[in-house]
Design a binder for this molecule. Structure first.
Ligand code: MSP
Length: 514
């Protein structure tokens, strides 16, 4: 098994500040990156911003700024949000950076040398919010006018001289590649969607430029100074420019191919069709996996700035806390399905799963350590006395491996909660308050040590999902180091056999009264 793990998020358009939808991909990517680090992998977690194109140029004009000044002013709002949400990215790439611009130009030249591009007249439509070309056959003709088939917003009709990338002849190869699983497209419904698209459409060569007379905010083509690079063609290349293509051969060899591209379902086609074809033509390996997640919706509409229905993550985090927000997004819906964001559902999860199940388990256990043993972990309990929870606690890591391999964050969290709830039930069954009245305290000690071991396992396994909570719980248990620095290989049952001192603090999740 390779020791490296390279994962990416999409590059976010900087036409507006980030919302819940953007934060979703980065939180999922962060949980995955932290999980892989705990599995002992060396991780490259890449995120960044998509800064060129008509949409950003238009937004900068509306803001009365130059495009460069405008993008510089928005990028910090992404970086600040990622910091606030504990996103542990290793690299942040901006498409306006020199390292990226040079790679894009190198790709242009390589395609040109190989005879893979040609100039022709483009006559059709363009959707600025989606930054997508549409042909006459694809658009929706409604009484409001000619609309984008994806977002149903009005299209611009365009007639331009552009460069095209020959992709049509790769259709059959791509279908075979997707079918064979050589490039995994998940969930399965999305794989079917890609295959369905390829079966039903003749792949049209891809337009990869815009005339400078129409759009100046882009990477100039080294093949024609009158053209800039089409923003999608520019942005996709970030995945190889960030890891050294083409000049830093060692870095590139180390990280490529990417292990997973995390994307929203709306940008599946760009990643699962155009991108692998470009890689093939460049003689590069394909992504191992592309995972397309669902949308957070309000009512029945996708949350997006232009629909004016966005929820500000900072506002939610200010009231519920970062980890509750991360937990909610990852637990509430399977990664791949759509979900409705509502404060009621978040409050319900907070009070039920976090305050009642996890919070109470920690609070009750630590309170009993204080009450019966003066805040110390009871000593004299041998590790050999495997109690009823040990097998479940140790088995948890295997289930997590299984679900995280499928990026099933929700089920992975459900498995952790099974253990937490099993331990809560164990308290009821073993009635420690009665055991405390017996002359022989060994049975009480065994129960408490067992519960502490479960809490340690919970903190450890929660650390990719809720890093601050895991740290806080770990500290309250009197543990040293940090869960994020403790590889999963050290499962650590028996950590409390030498006793120790707990450091009980305020409840982790005080209930929210409605
Ligand atoms: N810039 C392109 C991506 C280029 S990647 C080489 C782009 N940017 S975006 O800012 O519009 O969207 C980025 C990601 O955010 C997409 O994966 C999209 O699905 C996701 N989301 C935007 N709104 C969303 C929701 N309401 N819910 C979940 N994710 C959604 O596309």
């Amino acid at each position: 098994m390779p020791d490296k793990y390279y994962l990416t998020t999409p590059l976010y358009y900087v036409n507006a500040k980030p919302h819940i939808g953007h934060s979703y991909t980065n939180i999922a990517a962060d949980a995955l990156a932290r999980f892989k680090r705990l599995q002992g992998k060396e991780v490259l977690f890449l995120t960044g911003t998509d800064e060129h194109g008509q949409k950003v140029e238009r937004a900068s004009r509306e803001a009365g700024m130059s495009p460069g000044g405008f993008t510089d002013s928005i990028v910090p709002s992404f970086k600040d949000l990622w910091q606030r949400l504990s996103i542990s990215y290793d690299d942040f790439i901006r498409t306006t950076e020199k390292r990226h611009v040079e790679t894009v130009k190198a790709v242009w030249l390589r395609l040109h040398e190989k005879g893979e591009i040609y100039k022709d007249r483009y006559s059709g439509y363009y959707c600025t919010p989606c930054e997508t070309f549409w042909t006459e056959r694809q658009v929706l003709t409604e009484k409001e006018g000619i609309l984008c088939p994806d977002c149903r917003r009005p299209l611009d009709q365009i007639e331009e001289e552009n460069f095209f990338f020959r992709i049509s002849r790769h259709q059959k190869w791509l279908m075979d590649t997707v079918r064979s699983g050589e490039m995994l497209v998940l969930p399965e419904t999305r794989q079917n969607e890609v295959l369905g698209f390829l079966e039903n459409n003749v792949l049209q060569d891809l337009c990869i430029s815009r005339p400078k007379s129409r759009l100046s905010w882009g990477i100039e083509s080294p093949v024609s100074p009158e053209h800039v690079t089409y923003v999608w063609f520019d942005a996709l290349i970030n995945y190889i420019s960030a890891c050294g293509y083409p000049d830093d051969e060692n870095k590139f060899r180390k990280w490529w191919p990417v292990d997973v591209h995390l994307v929203g379902k709306d940008i599946l086609r760009h990643h699962a069709i155009y991108w692998p074809i470009l890689l093939k033509v460049l003689d590069l390996k394909l992504p191992r996996m592309i995972f397309a997640h669902g949308w957070w919706v309000q009512g029945r509409e996708k949350m997006s700035k232009s629909r004016g229905n966005v929820v500000d993550p900072l506002e939610i985090v200010g009231r519920f806390g970062v980890d509750a927000y991360r937990y909610f997004l990852l637990r509430e819906i399977p990664f791949g399905s759509d979900g409705v964001f509502s404060e009621e559902a978040l409050t319900q999860r907070f009070n039920h799963d976090l305050a009642n199940d996890l919070g109470n388990l920690a609070h009750r256990t630590l309170t009993m350590c204080e009450k019966y043993f003066g805040g110390r972990v009871p000593e004299g309990v041998s590790l050999d006395c495997a109690g009823p929870l040990r097998r479940e606690a140790e088995g948890l890591f295997a289930s997590l491996d299984l679900y995280m391999a499928k990026l099933d964050f929700s089920q992975a969290l459900a498995e952790i909660w099974k253990l937490i709830n099993r331990a809560n039930k164990f308290i009821e069954e073993s009635t420690p308050w009665k055991l405390a009245k017996q002359a022989d305290l060994l049975p009480l000690k065994k129960v408490l040590v067992e519960l502490l071991e479960v809490l340690r396992t919970a903190a450890h396994s929660l650390s990719p999902f809720m890093p601050a909570t895991a740290e806080a719980l770990w500290t309250q248990l009197g543990m040293e180091a940090s869960p994020a620095q403790t590889p999963f290989a050290h499962r650590g049952w028996g950590s409390f056999q030498k006793g120790g001192k707990i450091q009980k603090a305020a409840p982790l999740f005080p209930r929210i009264e409605k």
